[in-house]
Ligand binder design. Sequence first.
Ligand SMILES: NC(=O)c1ccc[n+]([C@@H]2O[C@H](COP(=O)([O-])OP(=O)(O)OC[C@H]3O[C@@H](n4cnc5c(N)ncnc54)[C@H](O)[C@@H]3O)[C@@H](O)[C@H]2O)c1
Length: 355
Amino acid sequence: MVDFIGIERIQQLVARRGTARFIEELAGEIERDFLRWDDFEKSPRHASHSPVGVIELMPASDGRLYAFKYVNGHPKNTTVGLLTVTAFGVLADVATGYPLLLSELTVTTALRTAATSALAARRMARPGSRVMALIGNGAQGEFQAIAFHHLLGIRELRLYDTDPKATDKLVRNLGALRLPGLELVRCASTAAAVAGADIVTTVTADKRNATILTPAMIAPGMHLNAVGGDCPGKTELHPDILRRSDARVVVEFEPQSRIEGEIQQLPADFPVTELTEVLAGRAPGRARADEVTIFDSVGFALEDFSALRYLMRIHQQERGGAQIDLVPDLEDPKDLFGLLAGEPATQAARPRVTA
Ligand SMILES: NC(=O)c1ccc[n+]([C@@H]2O[C@H](COP(=O)([O-])OP(=O)(O)OC[C@H]3O[C@@H](n4cnc5c(N)ncnc54)[C@H](O)[C@@H]3O)[C@@H](O)[C@H]2O)c1
């Protein structure tokens, strides 16, 4: 039997902790895994592109557990009532190859992306950052807002989306949470939202080299959390922002970010630092108060590995955890055909494997 987390279960697991605490715990898991970077087998994700979107497979393993995520990115989906990003994933036991957990990862991707953004910003944003511009108020928006309110101390959120209904939704959802001391400011343009911000989060969806941020919008000392550009030909920053002499660019996994990140717009020898180096204290996230720091996020398989292991742990610890018969449980493992020939298959639950 394989542990199973569907939408109803993820709702329960997040509700029992609260979204902010869930993101905080997840950030801790992700940080610990980034700190044992060399333990992991890593590769850029496998991407299958079409004119309207991408479908990606994201594997990672530490030799004991193996994880993969299936994820898509279809920016036009929302016009037909579908999500831009959906995902699910599997955690497996390397020793036997057996799957241990099959889980939804659509909600979890939003949670882990926000957790990773906050982890990076804690090392890269100026201490005392209180004002964040949030450009793109779609599915990921609230998660970024909650993470930065809770883990960075953001107290003013300046909102802009080309679709005012997306901002209406975000204001409604965040308003209902009554996050202590958080002021929401609707802005008429990206430039208006960004002016005076300490941190700028871009989380827009458009399958092209968009220019969400132009060089003129950027002030010394800002931290840019660039989340939405995550595919070849799909970026958010004008390349001159990255080329600033005072810019410091941090990426998750350099070989993948060269293909998918904002840095795809620059030569292959453009200097970047991997997040693991910053988290381990081997490289600064920010060296000076007036530097422009840029977290060029694309989403890396290790974040999903951490999330799946965390999910399996809390799923097993808390009541109500379901399992499904994804894999046959046979008395004679050579008699697979017996399953179809009407032989009784023993589907007794296996002892749970703890992570
Ligand atoms: N880096 C990561 O780890 C990671 C993880 C998840 C999603 N993403 C990416 O983040 C982006 C957002 O994902 P989502 O699920 O919130 O998508 P979404 O479609 O729900 O929301 C995107 C929002 O961006 C807005 N937008 C588009 N162009 C804009 C512009 N020029 N200015 C302002 N707003 C604009 C849209 O109106 C929409 O409300 C996607 O591109 C997705 O691929 C990255």
